[in-house]
Ligand binder design. Structure first.
Ligand SMILES: Cc1cc2nc3c(=O)[nH]c(=O)nc-3n(C[C@H](O)[C@H](O)[C@H](O)COP(=O)(O)OP(=O)(O)OC[C@H]3O[C@@H](n4cnc5c(N)ncnc54)[C@H](O)[C@@H]3O)c2cc1C
Ligand code: SF4
Length: 560
């Protein structure tokens, strides 16, 4: 096979470079940085790095093409940049667990080191090498907080609460604190950050990034080898270099952060991201370093509610979910319960939509498919609406379209549209989690599992959230303009409202002791027998129509 542009460049840059006598570090797909760990300190001439491209990993789930391109293009650019610094590179392509590639190398080069991988799935894969002392885990320097700080902030055993952890971390870090007191007199400005967006001030368009031979080559590789993966590949919006990352960060600082707070919960058909920064996919692979970002944000002259709102996401939520995930071993160890674990990685409903199974290369000895907690005992398969079949619900259809176009949507669309509807329909929590994992470019087990299993679907009960995040049409109508393009009327016949009440009624036994749901349960009682009957009938009808790929119409509801 002809040598690739990347292969030629790497060979050219390494010509004459002596690989012997170096300390060898494995750089996983989500650690593309030389600002952390051994790469930030050691003389490049004494360092070597091992980088692995892995079609086996790509085949484990039907990942969005944009995510595959993001990982591959960043890895390749990073390898070339490190070679330019004089670091020796061993670049491998493997078709099996990462350990199968690293083990022979560790024999040839001597034992390897790696900053402890963020993904549990990768840690599990590498564990045998660690036990055999062929690989050493070093502390991951990208995190802002330690396990001890997590427990000091929110308690040794669950339930854990983000707000107490965040309060503790604000004190520990001194971020937005003056003489031990929070700036502005309170820790959180969340209640002030709830404006709907009516089109003014205009929302910024995300930046494009220059194409280059690496991105073009990765694009051709995706078209040739990974064309069966879903999602649209957009090379013009693919950040793959350090300067692309800086460009995105500069754009976010100028255009998003000043207005980040007030419109944080808004949703719109006219802007996919509004004032959200789109940084997550680069933060999660460490092209952008969370600690550096927060230092800059603190110094900016933005309104306090916006600064605090952003800092809460990165210092609070991002760190909190990661600790909750690792402290429960990826939700395998819950209080008084060990949920079942999926033997194989899930396809997020691909097979139902595509009418054929996902061609995974999974072998019995490979890492499993993740824990399957299911507090509310939800059993419905994920309907093909999440893969692009029209559901007739404009809010769902619009957000799904956005996600497959970009591998991105912002927090509130994830929570209050996509996972809200999955929860209201009693979709299997593991299946909607796997869907988020494949559909979003920023998804990795440590972040997607807590956000979906805990926040989005309440599958781990009150472990880390106080109540299920669910809503009917009134909230969606108040915070978005989706309803204006819908055949349903949010005030008269919206099925989401029926689904909301049907959910409360169905799960009353498990939820009615929850103090935060006392008011909704009082309203449910007042709703009357006739309406509750209709709520149940709408739920049944939608549970039947959507899995068939049939859109729901207002006529269907009026017949009930
Ligand atoms: C159902 C659901 C699934 C999610 N799946 C993922 C996922 O796979 N990967 C992922 O990174 N985030 C996930 N999140 C969290 C959050 O929605 C995204 O981090 C955020 O939308 C990314 O877009 P942004 O960079 O524009 O964020 P912004 O709104 O600009 O926020 C800034 C940063 O804060 C961090 N952040 C904010 N909220 C969270 C959170 N709840 N958990 C972790 N980090 C957070 C991210 O690093 C983000 O880039 C999920 C949330 C929900 C409700
Ligand atoms: S009317 Fe109901 S289904 Fe339609 S967009 Fe609004 S909330 Fe969604």
């Amino acid at each position: 096979m002809a040598e690739t542009y990347f292969g030629k460049e790497l060979r050219r840059l390494q010509r004459g470079l002596k690989p012997g006598g170096r300390r060898w570090v494995y750089v996983p797909y989500d650690q593309v940085t030389d600002s952390l760990g051994p790469l930030s300190r050691e003389n490049p001439k004494n360092l070597g790095i091992v980088m692995v491209e892995n079609p086996w990993k790509a085949s484990r789930r039907p990942y969005h093409k944009q995510k595959l391109a993001l990982i591959l293009a960043n890895l390749r650019h990073f390898a070339l940049d490190q070679a330019r610094r004089g670091v020796a590179i061993r670049h491998l392509v493997t078709r099996g667990p990462y350990r199968t590639a690293l083990e022979p190398l560790s024999k040839e080069l001597g034992s390897l080191q790696v900053m402890e991988p963020a993904e549990r799935e990768l840690r599990a894969d590498l564990e045998p090498l660690v036990k055999a002392k062929r690989l050493e885990f070093l502390p991951h320097e990208g995190w802002l907080t330690t396990r001890d700080q997590f427990h000091s902030g929110t308690g040794e055993s669950p339930p854990w609460r983000m707000d107490s952890f965040y309060r503790h971390m604000r004190r520990e870090t001194g971020l937005l604190m003056k003489s031990g007191k929070p700036e502005g007199g309170k820790i959180s400005f969340d209640p002030e950050n709830r404006l709907a967006w009516k089109g003014d001030p205009p929302a910024p368009s995300p930046p494009a990034f220059p194409r280059d031979p690496i991105k073009e080559e990765v694009g051709r590789l995706i078209a040739r080898v990974f064309s069966h993966h879903p999602g649209r590949l957009d090379l013009d919006h693919l950040p793959a270099t350090a300067s692309d990352a800086q460009k995105l960060w500069d754009w976010a600082k100028k255009n998003c952060l000043p207005l980040f707070g007030p419109y944080e919960d808004a949703m719109s058909t006219r802007s996919r991201g509004l004032f959200h920064t789109r940084l997550s996919s680069l933060i999660n692979i460490h092209r952008l370093i969370p600690g550096n970002i927060l230092k800059e944000v603190e110094k900016m002259k933005n309104p306090l509610a916006s600064k605090e709102g952003f800092i809460r996401q990165v210092l609070g939520w991002r760190e909190f979910v990661r600790h909750a995930h690792s402290a429960t071993d990826g939700f395998r160890e819950l209080p008084g319960e060990k949920p079942p674990v999926a033997r194989v990685p899930g396809d997020g409903g691909y097979r139902i939509w595509a009418g054929k199974p996902w061609p995974s290369l999974h072998e019995p000895q490979d890492p499993d498919g993740g824990a399957e907690p299911n507090f509310l005992d939800c059993k419905m398969p994920l309907p093909p609406a999440y893969w692009g079949e029209k559901s007739g619900l404009a809010c769902l259809d619009r957000v799904v379209e956005d996600v497959w176009a970009e591998g991105y949507s912002h927090h509130i669309t994830r929570l209050m549209i996509l996972s809200n509807l999955a929860a209201l329909l009693d979709v299997r929590p593991r299946e909607i989690t796997d869907w988020f994992w494949v559909a979003y470019a920023d998804a990795y087990d440590w972040v997607v599992e807590p956000n979906v299993l805990a926040m989005g679907t309440f599958a781990v009960g009150e472990l880390m959230t106080t109540k299920p995040y669910i809503s009917g049409a009134a909230y969606i109508d108040r915070m978005s303009d989706f309803c204006a393009e819908c055949r349903f009327d949010p005030r008269k016949n919206c099925p989401v409202t029926h689904l909301y009440w049907a959910f409360l009624s169905r799960h009353e036994r498990l939820l009615n002791k929850n103090p935060r749901l006392a008011m909704p349960f009082r309203s449910l009682t007042k709703r009357g027998v006739g309406l509750q009957k209709k709520d149940r009938a709408v739920f049944k009808m939608i549970q039947k129509l959507l899995p068939e790929g049939t859109a729901v119409r207002p006529e269907d509801l009026s017949e009930i």
